[in-house]
Design a protein around this ligand. Structure first.
Ligand code: PHE
Length: 344
């Protein structure tokens, strides 16, 4: 009797293995568990058994029935899953289905402007130099002729790190690093990120971007500086743009100047953007202070040069009519999407 039960279980396993679809499952269910099934015929055999053997045999038949049910259910589940998977893979390869549209990304306006600036200066023969964002006081201040008591060295203006380093407040650090490593003639620009302890407002951000320029060569004059900046302004904003330089002060240039361009919004007539002056401040600049050259071991009797620093945000805001600097860092796709055609 026990052998008979075992055989039924074995046979069911073989049948299930060969089972290919839902129809096969129905047939197997009928064969093993239906009215005229093998299991049911076992129940009818119960009557022919001696009284004392009936309970234990009945229990075994119940167990067999449960086991068969479990096996058949499991196979049925497996077959259903196969069908779903097969359907999915057919779907994936169905080339007639409509495609999924991935909108092209766009360059950030600051990246577009940085690249434009790089292109303009490269066309003049400048090379691009880079330096670290985390700097030491020497490269950010001392080598740039900035005395200990200069206000920009104040804790309130500069982010100092615990290890004695700081986040560079200007890309002028790369002037120093370039002069340390290369002999003149030097014609470099250095685009990069700067950090100052400023509260964010429409024209300030604790992180912003500058392009520094440095020229060291023989017989360089303020006229070269002015001409270079003027060329840059016209290339960036159009040939009608006028420029001027005004005296200013920076510790590492002498004389120092600030460069203005005629307002790109009102063409110099006076408006809200230029605060009715007709001019917009664009760059800090000046002739490299001979004491900086001396610190770098460059003979200031033979060489001189100029330097300038231009804010990338400022240019982007003027060029794209962006009223608040913070918009540049929010990365709202509605703003970014407007630049998707400007692929440079
Ligand atoms: N580094 C100066 C600033 O951040 C700008 C500058 C650069 C001025 C080079 C002169 C020469 O304000």
């Amino acid at each position: 009797m026990d052998d008979q039960l075992k055989n039924i279980a074995e046979q069911a396993k073989i049948d299930l293995k060969e089972c290919l679809n839902q129809n096969d499952i129905l047939n197997i269910r009928a064969k093993y568990l239906g009215k005229k099934s093998l299991v049911n015929s076992l129940y009818s055999q119960l009557r022919n058994l001696p009284e004392e053997e009936r309970p234990s045999f009945g229990k075994k038949v119940n167990e067999l029935r449960n086991e068969l049910e479990r096996m058949i259910d499991e196979k049925e589940k497996e077959l259903k899953l196969q069908i779903v998977n097969a359907y999915d893979s057919v779907q994936a390869n169905d080339l007639t289905l409509p495609g999924v549209y991935f909108p092209p990304g766009s360059l950030h306006p600051l990246t577009i402007i940085r690249r434009k600036m790089e292109d303009i200066f490269i066309s003049l023969g400048f090379q691009i130099a880079e330096g670290p964002d985390i700097e030491d006081e020497y490269h950010n201040f001392d080598a740039l002729n900035t005395p200990e008591d200069h206000p920009s060295r104040n804790l309130a203006d500069t982010f100092y790190l615990d290890n004695g380093y700081l986040l560079r407040t200007q890309t002028s650090t790369v002037q120093v690093r370039t002069m340390e490593s290369y002999p003149p003639p030097i014609y470099i620009i250095s685009p990069g990120r700067c950090y100052r302890n400023d509260k964010p407002d429409p024209s300030h951000s604790p992180v912003f971007h500058q392009v520094e320029g440095l020229v060291v060569d023989k017989g360089i004059s303020m006229a070269d500086l002015k001409d270079t900046l003027q060329f840059f302004a016209k290339a960036m904003f159009g040939p009608e743009v006028k420029s001027r330089i005004r005296p200013h002060f920076f510790p590492f240039t002498e004389p120092s100047a600030e460069m203005d361009i005629s307002c790109v919004s009102c063409q110099g007539k006076g408006c809200r953007i230029c605060k009715n002056s007709g001019w917009l401040e664009l760059a800090g600049a000046g002739m490299v202070d001979p004491s900086v050259l001396e610190m770098m071991g460059i003979d200031d009797q033979i060489y001189n040069g100029y330097a300038f620093g231009i804010g990338i945000e400022r240019i982007a805001m003027l060029k794209y009519n962006i009223p608040d600097m913070r918009i540049l860092y929010e990365n709202d796709v509605r703003m970014l999407r407007q630049f998707s055609r400007e692929l440079i």
